[in-house]
Design a protein around this ligand. Structure first.
Ligand code: TYD
Length: 137
């Protein structure tokens, strides 16, 4: 499960006028994009996330600045430091994630496979781990 969460090296068109990166659904990421949202003006010391999704696929990109993403599939954990706007972290369903250590001016953009749906969330870690371990058996 956690092995499916990978850093994707997105295409880069380097140009003295400024660099360009693009993301194509189904080509660079394994899902169609239905929603884009972003976190910005995050105060120092704040934590975001603290939930898992039942079915949602996401790609997280540090558009500016840096932050850490802590991933947990109910068995294994890993932390990824995000600090380049040409790297995307793909997060598959059933992964608990927490984001912290935001730098000043950080912008976290998320490409998501579906519309916002509160019923797709696990907001209770114990409930998430119980289901993740049951499904993983
Ligand atoms: P949440 O996903 O808990 O934020 P984070 O994980 O980044 O800390 O969402 C925070 C609030 O924003 C919550 O009330 C739901 C709302 N929200 C939407 O209305 N639409 C969205 O696309 C997202 C991501 C959140």
């Amino acid at each position: 499960m956690i092995e499916s969460c990978k850093t994707i090296d997105l295409p880069r068109i380097n140009d003295p006028r400024g660099n360009l990166t693009f993301v194509e659904a189904g080509r660079h990421i394994p899902f169609d994009i239905r929603r884009v949202y972003y976190l910005y003006d995050v105060p120092g010391g704040a934590e975001r996330g603290g939930h898992a999704h039942k079915a949602l696929h996401q790609l997280i990109i540090a558009m500016s600045g840096s932050f850490d993403i802590h991933l947990d599939d109910g068995r294994a954990k890993k932390t990824v430091h995000m600090n380049r706007s040409y790297y995307g972290l793909y997060i598959c369903p059933m992964i608990w994630r927490e984001l912290d250590n935001f730098s000043s001016g950080a912008v976290c953009m998320v490409l998501a496979s579906n519309y916002y749906d509160e019923f797709d969330y696990y907001r209770d870690y114990g409930e998430f781990v119980a289901d993740a371990q049951r499904i993983g058996k």
